[in-house]
Design a binder for this molecule. Sequence first.
Ligand SMILES: [Zn+2]
Length: 388
Amino acid sequence: MIDFTQKLWHRRRVPKTNGLSFSRPLVILQSDDWGRVGVRDREGYEQLRANGIRLGQHPYDFYTLETAKDVTAISGLLKRHCDGTGRPACLVMNFILANLNFAKTEEAGYRELHLLPLTRGLPGHWKRPGLFEAYKQGIADGVLFPALHGLTHFCRRAVEHALSENAERSALLKTCWQAETPYIYWRMPWVGYEYCNPEKPHAGFLDSESQASLIQQAAAYFKKLFSAAPVSACAPGYRANHDTHAAWSACGVRVAQNGSGTPLPPYMDDWEILNLHRMIDFEPTQRDLPTEKYVEVAADCFARGIPAVISVHSINFHSSVRNFRGPTLRALDQLLSALEAKYPNLLYVHDGDLYEIVNQGKYKAMHRAVSVGVKQMELAKSAARGAH
Ligand SMILES: [Zn+2]
């Protein structure tokens, strides 16, 4: 085992087609969309309805923005769930680093979009007293781990194209923006994802320079907000290609999060970025499964020696228009308790810990080093390529 660890430390010698397996059951919680505003609470909800948008048909019609209380409640729950080292469970929170500056975009005649970075607060009438302090307290307590999602969630080029070329879409955007909601994705999937434009003028991934500039800007805001560079990143909509990974790598990102489509074990890619695939979609807002179902999937992961990477989006913790938070915290409490009972030697880690484990065979938990064995295993070449 020690031999393997030393080999892995010299990362260049690791064949890229090998997946990694671990000697302990590892649990990672990853969560997207933090910091991204949606429907502006009850007031914005009523305004959108008054302007003809028939909200209430989909959970994302109730997507607002987390409150300080939502964040404090998650942190409280995580603190109550410790592993054998005494270390609490940790939520990797992927942040969107800017919101639309609605007023400035309107002033500019909608010819181009203006953004307001999170470092300068929230746009317009959005109010979230104590929210940033709640993030920071959770980070200081070791139960939250901030990571990079993007500068915006939507593809800026797609939205600017809709504004100038499509009257119907442009009208819908303006209706949303008057209520200080940037968009509601399921109603307008043509807004795309940050690095991937679904339609005209050029469908597909943005060129490498455009992606690099977006990622550099987002990473700079991240550093300003959290006083540290991002270690882990997850592309909006999981739409990332080689250029995305190259740009992340240049900004110091060491871990790439991938969606749950392909249940691959962790592996190193061409940029020496550790790739993690989500294994369990835990989204009580979208569907309600009994705890045992999730535990079964986690058991499969542990049997293969791979971490149980649990995906849970921020909407599940929102509470301002609809109380998603209460049921989610109850279900998460049950899930973590069930895992702890079945696997008393499990370890709660975050993406940065896993990177340390892969490279050094150990990581720091509660101020002491904890060793975890790492082995390489076969990973079909086609599967590794398909995952990029
Ligand atoms: Zn997202």
